[in-house]
Design a protein around this ligand. Structure first.
Ligand code: SF4
Length: 455
């Protein structure tokens, strides 16, 4: 008689850090004999990896958790778990504890490696709530079920020490810890052996990598530039990406390293947040608009054709129309390839949430619409300049919207759709002539080898 293997579903909200944690959680569950379930409906265990960077992320997680009540009534043996950044916030954790008795397991961002023991206790009938306020040493060697075979996220740091006044991350992800260079390079090497061609180095602030690591024979701790050179020497890797950068810590040594490492892709995600020095100061970002713009120009001088994307927030407490106009002016000057735009959402426990002069919702919405219009028009103009250019594209697979065309990304991280002239698999590098650039996507045709790549 065939024994049905138990199945698990990991549902991820939020950022790439959570996506990487979900791969570890699914890796641990797989090592315990669970197979991946295609949906929550058929799973024997469901784990939600939650996010609390903005209120709407919390609401979505609560909605999904609420939904599992029905599934638990149908299958009383179902195990429901919650982890991630919401679990780290005591107020949210207590809310789940009190109002969602069908949630069997709650753990945090610092004790994912404890999952086997925690599940053991749940299977013996206990309701387990175990969240660590402080992280322990970086735990290496945890299993991972990677989402893709051709590309992978590689953590280089955990946590953040910057305490930007609007941000909850330092409170839920802890103090910054860097992995050793040896561990990062070993992981990249193993990924390359398994056929992975692109790695994205992951950290809340990759530019502060190495702080706190033991000094090298040279007497200084390695930094992000040193790491780039090391990863660039790993055979089999074709492309290196990294996120998220911090303009205050992006040194010239790092710009030069990014420019001289042939595998480092010419895309830089550089959150600006605001174009007003007054607001940047209240945000505790540690740079001015002028310094930021100087960095953008320096990157484009050293790496011609580099694409720069950013994060911009509107409605920070005390933000005036003049402050907002300074942000709009920065968008015009920096000519971003793309920008993620956000409305400020007060996070309990952060400094900004207690600040006076909270901006009214209608003003926030008016500003975000004006900002999005400008960002879209700038991005469209920037993409227009690519008409007729030939770009190297890494194949991701059939386009979600139209499976007859392929989709992939340029080294500058632009999404491309094209009609393939032959079979390709994810990770293949092809050349595409851009025929029709649009704001967010480039459409083109495949160029057989020999077409000169336009930088
Ligand atoms: S750098 Fe600032 S915004 Fe980014 S995670 Fe750290 S505290 Fe948050």
């Amino acid at each position: 008689m065939e024994v049905k293997r138990r199945s698990a579903r990991v549902v991820t909200f939020g950022c790439q850090m959570n996506e990487r944690d979900s791969e570890t959680i699914m890796g641990i569950l797989s090592s315990l004999g669970f197979e991946e379930s295609p949906s929550v409906d058929d799973a024997d265990i469901i784990i939600f990896v939650t996010c609390c960077v903005r209120e709407n992320a919390e609401n979505r997680a609560f909605g999904n958790l609420g939904e599992t009540k029905r599934l638990k009534e149908r299958n009383p043996h179902l195990v429901v778990g919650m982890c991630g950044c919401m679990a780290q916030r005591s107020d949210l954790r207590e809310k789940v504890q009190a109002r969602m008795p069908w949630v069997d397991l709650v753990f945090g961002t610092h004790n994912i490696h404890r999952l086997p023991e925690l599940l053991q206790r749940v299977f013996s009938g206990e309701r387990v709530i175990e969240v660590w306020d402080e992280p322990c040493e970086v735990v290496e060697g945890l299993p991972a079920m990677r989402a893709y075979s051709h590309k992978a996220f590689v953590n280089i740091t955990y946590g953040c020490d910057n305490f930007c006044t609007y941000c909850i991350v330092p409170y839920v992800r802890g103090r910054e810890r860097s992995r050793t260079m040896e561990d990062v390079v070993a992981e990249v090497g193993n990924l390359a052996k398994s056929g992975c061609v692109e790695v994205t180095l992951l950290g809340q602030n990759v530019n502060s990598y190495g702080r706190g690591l033991p000094p090298r024979p040279s007497g200084v701790s390695p930094d992000f530039a040193d790491l780039l050179y090391e990863v660039n020497s790993v055979e089999g890797i074709e492309r290196i990406r990294f996120t998220t950068s911090h303009p205050r810590d992006f040194t010239d040594k790092m710009v030069v390293a990014a420019g001289s490492c042939d595998k480092v892709c010419e895309h830089f995600h550089l959150p600006l947040q605001s174009g007003s020095d007054r607001v940047l100061d209240m945000m505790h970002r540690g740079y001015t608009a002028e310094k930021y713009l100087g960095l953008v120009h320096r990157i484009r001088d050293v790496i011609p054709g580099a694409s720069i994307t950013t994060d911009i927030m509107v409605g920070f407490p005390g933000e005036t129309e003049a402050d907002f106009q300074a942000t709009m002016d920065m968008v015009r000057q920096a000519r971003f390839d793309a920008a993620f735009t956000f409305i400020y959402s007060p996070r309990p426990g952060t400094v900004a949430a207690e600040m006076p002069n909270q901006v009214k919702d209608d003003v926030k919405h008016d500003r975000i619409y004006r900002l999005i219009d400008l960002v879209n028009s700038t991005a469209g103009e920037v993409n227009d300049e690519l008409r007729g250019a030939i770009r190297e594209v890494m194949v991701e697979g059939p386009s979600e919207r139209d499976t007859s065309v392929l989709s992939g990304r340029t080294r500058t991280n632009k999404m491309v759709h094209w009609t393939a002239s032959k079979e390709h698999k994810p990770g293949d590098l092809v050349r595409v002539r851009i025929l029709e650039p649009r704001t967010w996507t480039l459409y083109g045709e495949e160029v057989m080898s020999g077409g000169e790549l336009d930088v």
